[in-house]
Design a protein around this ligand. Structure first.
Ligand SMILES: O=C(O)CCC(=O)C(=O)O
Ligand SMILES: [Fe+2]
Length: 352
């Protein structure tokens, strides 16, 4: 199959052709399909106000952060100081990228990736998914931010590189603040996670979910946990993210100008399971295109990740619940599967 055959079977191309029935490849098994009847809408995940870490409310804010990471693995972040103009510009230029002709986008097409190279992708893992996801995406490395890396990013739309560079720098600044706060919230020295992440890695993924003819049969992104340290997500105003909590799917509401932050697998390992990397997924709808800009922040590929010694020693039996891994190996394994092969983190848990 040539690359354009893949494109023709992707969500965008099917949507543009006005397909009324989903191809078989997109139909999820019944137990994985969206479940509007049992979806929890009333209770909302924690909101963390970053400005409270400066003043009198700091201890309380730290307690709320700890609670959010332990019980939800997800929170909204408000008053984060990230320039709103940059958030809007990134969303706009991302939207414009997906409006480009297929020939231009396909210059970046790869069936598989490990987050090291700029990649335009369909579904998740074009050849290996058992069920395809109703999305196409652009993913690009953002740290270390060299001219060489930037030269691999799309050169169209005109201001794409300039805006994405600004966005990447702002994400990194926010990520470094979060790293220090997350370390402190675990009772570790402020620089602990910064050092554990070694050279650091940052990857931005723009998810594009076109309107779908049969949204009740498929998913935008199959349920998964994120493989990096933590994730900084910007949504547009179309809902779609769902988070698994206590056996039910929770619909995440959109708070204007806020980010959604979630704990990824490496933070779960480093915290020896105190902070949870929680399953989440994206559903689609028949009316509106939805975008999310997802910045994964985590260790450099050569970092060795293991539970923090201090946290192990605090446990009554003083034992680690996760083995040690080279992050590069972890990512290779993660990306060589389909998202529907379920959680790779389980394979590094130590059976007791
Ligand atoms: O679109 C979303 O809200 C979530 C996407 C996601 O979970 C991911 O890209 O890892
Ligand atoms: Fe995710």
């Amino acid at each position: 199959m040539n690359d354009f055959d893949f494109y023709a079977q992707g969500a965008q191309a099917l949507c543009d052709r006005g397909v009324k029935e989903l191809p078989h490849a997109y139909i999820q098994p019944e137990h994985e399909r969206p479940s509007p009847a049992s979806l929890v809408r009333g209770k909302h995940m924690p909101v963390i106000d970053l400005s409270r870490f400066h003043g009198d409310g700091r201890d309380q804010a730290m307690e709320e952060l700890r609670f959010a990471c332990e019980s939800w693995g997800f929170f909204h972040l408000i008053n984060h100081g990230f320039p709103e103009s940059c958030m809007k510009a990134m969303l706009e230029v991302g939207r414009q990228f997906f409006e480009l002709p297929a020939e231009v986008k396909m210059q970046f097409f790869q069936k598989k990736g490990t987050g090291r190279r700029t990649r335009y992708g369909l579904s998740f893992n074009t050849e290996d998914n058992r069920v395809s996801d109703w999305r196409d995406f652009l993913s690009q490395p953002c740290h270390p931010l060299s001219d060489e890396i930037i030269s691999t990013w799309p050169h169209v739309p005109v201001h794409y590189r300039e805006i994405a560079k600004e966005y990447a720098k702002n994400v990194r600044a926010l990520a470094l603040r979060l790293l220090a706060l997350l370390s402190e919230s675990l009772g570790l020295r402020e620089s602990f996670l910064d050092e554990a992440f070694k050279g650091h890695h940052q990857l931005m993924v723009i998810n594009h979910y076109p309107p779908c003819p049969q949204p009740d049969l498929t998913l935008g992104v199959t349920g998964h946990t994120d493989p990096y340290g933590f994730t900084i997500v910007q949504h547009d105003d179309v809902p779609g993210l769902e988070v698994m909590k206590d056996g039910s799917w929770y619909a995440v509401k959109s708070i204007p100008n806020a980010f959604v932050i979630n704990i990824g697998d490496q933070m779960e390992i480093l915290s020896n399971g105190r902070y949870k990397s929680i399953e989440h997924r994206a559903v689609v709808n028949s009316e509106k295109t939805r975008f999310s800009i997802v910045s994964f922040y985590g260790p450099s590929h050569d970092a060795i990740i293991a539970p923090a010694g201090e946290l192990i020693r605090q446990k009554p039996d003083q034992s680690a619940d996760y083995g040690e891994i080279l992050f590069e190996d972890y990512l290779r394994e993660f990306f060589s599967r389909g998202l529907d092969s379920k959680f790779y983190i389980n394979s590094v848990k130590i059976e007791k």
